[in-house]
Design a protein around this ligand. Structure first.
Ligand SMILES: CC(C)(COP(=O)(O)OP(=O)(O)OC[C@H]1O[C@@H](n2cnc3c(N)ncnc32)[C@H](O)[C@@H]1OP(=O)(O)O)[C@@H](O)C(=O)NCCC(=O)NCCS
Length: 155
């Protein structure tokens, strides 16, 4: 079991380790640490029950920044051994639940055009394609799909 909580200091090295493991252009530890001081940022963590005592307390996370009615997702990741248990979906829905009262009306994200699991996740929870950024990603070079979800039509 796990709980979804806001990122704190103790999560930072585990997030950086997952970023380095999973992404070709990872967020480094200092940048993630900086998000703790950023009033526009909201990062949520799926923390393994037992928390600090666990060898790997961070099962997954979603990072976002918002400004007035617009929020952007900066990173989403679930540890390989914790995937397909609904953790990413729970993180994304909890993020929406927390952003709505701040006045956020829409959430935007980019995803690699070949990232089938992530695109399936975002489609399932109501994101729709609004554009493409040609050659947005490197290592390997690839287009980004821009996906968006309006928070106005849901409770
Ligand atoms: C994409 C990712 C975050 C999904 O995390 P997850 O916790 O395994 O996803 P969930 O278990 O919450 O899945 C929710 C839905 O997403 C879709 N999905 C997730 N993994 C999938 C897969 N491997 N293949 C197809 N669909 C998938 C399904 O629709 C699933 O719903 P279902 O269980 O009812 O079929 C995870 O695979 C990951 O960390 N990937 C590497 C990092 C990454 O690509 N991040 C996104 C960058 S934009």
């Amino acid at each position: 079991m796990y709980q979804i909580i806001s990122m704190c200091e103790r999560h930072v090295p585990y997030i950086a380790a997952l970023e380095a493991q999973v992404f070709s252009a990872p967020w480094d530890e200092a940048s993630i640490q900086g998000e703790l001081e950023n009033s526009l940022a909201l990062w949520l963590i799926a923390e393994d029950e037992g928390g600090e005592g666990k060898e790997k307390p961070v099962l997954g996370y979603v990072g976002s920044q918002s400004c007035f009615e617009d929020a952007d997702i900066l990173s989403v990741c679930v540890a390989p051994e914790a995937r397909c248990r609904g953790i990413a979906e729970a993180l994304m829905l909890e993020l929406e639940r927390r952003l709505r009262p701040k006045g956020v009306e829409k959430i935007t994200l980019e995803v690699r055009a070949s990232n089938v699991p992530a695109i399936a996740l975002y489609s399932k929870i109501g994101y729709a394609k609004v554009g493409t950024r040609r050659n947005y990603y490197e290592k390997p070079r690839e287009d980004a799909l821009i996906l968006q979800k309006s928070l106005l039509s849901e409770p």
